[in-house]
Design a protein around this ligand. Structure first.
Ligand code: EPU
Length: 355
């Protein structure tokens, strides 16, 4: 398809995000095909402005001043399916809606993504931060990621190990940030496979029932649990006007955990813990936030904490990015003061670069 890229100017970005804050993009374009992506890259280069690739905007905080470069919304669509060595291979365009794609794989009876039902955003965003929920993460089923390499201008197929997936991270948001534009993602799923009922919330949901739940029931259960925590986007529900989890769950060593446990014990508290990779422990950021004085429903002007989950910073209506960031800073400072742990934010921040 030949590019008919239309470059728009001064387009407000808040409506393209789930948090609904932030100013305009100097330039904005929709990419419907790979040639559009190339044309956008050329445009940004010729103007000497930065390029930002927008997916579903569900993990994004845009600065009040907006972004001085080109925001490229990825609308690459299409889902292809085939069988290969007993696996169901699904290849989805980066612009496909994630939850619609998950629903499709579940309807085809293929296991591997069902626990990630109800996550807002697009397919192309999932490898970037290795999206995960309820006992599954995309790193487990991604076969490869098709990208446009902005250094060589070539399309490349990056295999799973090349993406260096880890907890909420990959080369795309660390060592090679900004180098690639994700065009499509290929997943290898299990035809007729059983759902993964491993996460405590899911086990609780299905407790006492006979037989294994189906993939469809698991998808339904995950969506229900997410809804109860306002982690499912429902129009008009201000508790989900957020960027999802605002902080990563800190991963600590046994020794660090002991120190943390002592601090907590001195306040009569016990720190929840979950096992992480390499003998380390994951501590819920939500708990640290809550125990530092930012409980569910905390309000500070137009911003606050969701009434249904302590890890979601919400825009209660008319908030600015500056207010969101001020609350983030206050939470980080208080958690560090109380527990000696510096929380790392999870969303992408756009337009906050100095200069
Ligand atoms: N907790 C609290 N207060 C709360 C909520 C939770 O203290 O208000 C504590 C509890 O001890 C609970 C623990 O935190 O057992 C874990 O909570 P939850 O199961 O809700 O998950 P989470 O660790 O807060 C992570 C992901 C979510 C993902 C869920 C479910 C991160 C940063 N977040 O949240 O992902 O949906 O697990 O798997 O890893 C996202 O990344 O944006 C996201 C929503």
């Amino acid at each position: 398809m030949l590019s008919r890229l239309k470059i728009q100017e001064h387009i407000p970005l808040a409506p393209f995000t789930t948090l609904k804050v932030g100013g305009p993009a100097r330039y904005f374009a929709d990419a419907a095909c790979v040639d559009d992506v190339r044309a956008a890259v050329d445009f940004a280069r010729s103007r000497g402005v930065p390029l930002f690739v927008l997916g579903g905007g569900s993990n994004l905080v845009v600065a009040d001043a907006g972004f001085p470069g080109l925001v490229l919304r990825i609308g690459l669509s299409g889902i292809e399916e085939r069988r290969e060595d007993g696996k169901a291979i699904f290849e989805a365009g980066a612009g496909e809606d994630w939850d619609t794609f998950v629903a499709h794989t579940v309807a085809q009876g293929c296991a591997g993504l069902e626990c990630m039902s109800g996550i807002p955003g697009t397919v192309g965003g999932t490898p970037i931060q290795n999206v995960g929920a309820y006992g599954q993460e995309v790193a487990e089923t991604i076969d490869s990621v098709r990208v446009l390499d902005l250094e060589s201008n070539q399309i490349q197929e990056l295999c799973n190990p090349a993406c260096e997936f880890a907890y909420r991270s990959s080369i795309f948001n660390t060592s090679r940030r900004g180098r690639y534009v994700v065009l499509a993602v290929r997943f290898a799923l299990e035809p007729g496979g059983a759902p993964r009922i491993a996460y405590a919330d899911l086990k609780k949901h299905f407790a006492g029932r006979d037989g294994t739940p189906s993939l469809a029931e698991t998808r339904q259960a995950v969506r229900q649990i997410r809804l109860s925590k306002a982690m499912l986007i429902v129009e008009g529900d201000e508790d989900c006007r957020s960027a999802g989890s605002f902080f990563k769950n800190p991963v600590v060593s046994e020794e660090q955990y002991r120190t943390l446990a002592q601090v907590a014990a001195s306040r009569g508290l016990e720190v929840p813990r979950f096992t992480a990779a390499n003998g380390q422990l994951k501590v819920p950021a939500a708990w640290l936030v809550e125990q530092s004085g930012f409980g569910k429903g905390y309000a500070r002007g137009a911003v606050g904490i969701s009434r249904r989950h302590a890890l979601a910073v919400v825009n209660r209506g008319g908030a600015t990015a500056a207010e969101i960031v001020a609350l983030k800073d206050a939470i980080q400072a208080r958690v560090e003061e109380t527990f000696g742990i510096r929380l790392a934010p999870e969303p992408v921040f756009l337009g906050f670069e100095k200069g």
